[in-house]
Write a protein that binds this ligand. Sequence first.
Ligand code: NAP
Length: 345
Amino acid sequence: MNRPAAPVSLKQLNTLGVDARAATLVTLERPGDLEALDFDPGRDLVLGEGSNVLLAGDVPGRVILNRLRGRRMVGGGNRSDNPVIVEAAGGEPWHDLVRWSLDQGLCGLENLSLIPGLAGAAPMQNIGAYGVELADCFESLTAWDWRDRRLRDFGLADCRFGYRDSRFKSLEPNRYLIVNIRLRLERQFTPKLEYPGLADELRAAGITRPTARDVSDAVIRVRQRKLPDPAVIGNAGSFFRNPVLARDQAEALRKRFPGLPVYAHGEAGAKLGAAWMIDHCGWKGRREGDAGISEQHALVLVNHGNAGGPDLLHLAMRVRDSVRDTFGVTLENEPRIVQFGPEPT
Ligand code: NAP
């Protein structure tokens, strides 16, 4: 009699360090392997680096690890060509791609340095930092359609990028596996230094005319200083998205809470600083069992050791509720919450 295989721990495969289990693990190394793979969205899960996911329970089926590798210039490889299209497989580590692009003399990704995760996850939530988002240099991507069992190409408009959002995250979650992405990078450097934290960092280093590499280095230093390192304490980066409201609503809130950071967003919108709101409600640095809010950054949910997915989710929901009770604004999660069974109570 064949015994069922023992469940596999996912603790080392998600940066929050949640000890959820899966029935089996499959490592995807070649796009051709997709044709032989089945995917049941009610049982299976695709994982990249596990840096933007909260495993709120076990995975009853398979975890498919995207380990497709490779990066190259597909157009504009001559020194004089501009822009240059770069292609990266979905399993390429994002930060390695950023540094490699700088080594090739290509600009555009420097503000997105040190964002955890893989290239294939970048379009999922249209990663962004320091005033730049993936959509700004996005050309196209190729994804495997689990439903129709074929490769499909998506251009910029097809991806429906929004603020930390995309078609792949909201409109059709679990339908596609991103096989590769293509980015349009520039040989001429145009610094984007609107975020005071970044400009201050360069000024403090005595740099007045930064190169793209200077900007990347500055972003790395700021991130290392401000954000907890998942190798030291489990976390998935920002757990909440900055809420976007109509501008008049945001201004009314700022009158009631004079310190609240409000930034113009689009034509009529305004973005509120979620970290400030969470801090204002007294959550920064708080801990309940092994689940906590980072003392370094109020947007970051942390695992002090052995918090389970439900513990972390429960704390996040309490933070969300207290922000809603204080400001009348409901924070949305940034990471994907993975939950196959009934919701924890
Ligand atoms: P920060 O510079 O302390 O700013 C706090 C918030 O204010 C940020 O979330 C940012 O929104 C917003 N902001 C600041 N200056 C702005 C400007 N000139 N125009 C519009 N919005 C402005 O932020 P931080 O927490 O240290 O993070 C720095 C950057 O890294 C941010 O862009 C942040 O999104 C990014 N980041 C992302 C993650 C993640 O897991 N997704 C984690 C850490 C940091 P935005 O968030 O919309 O930029």
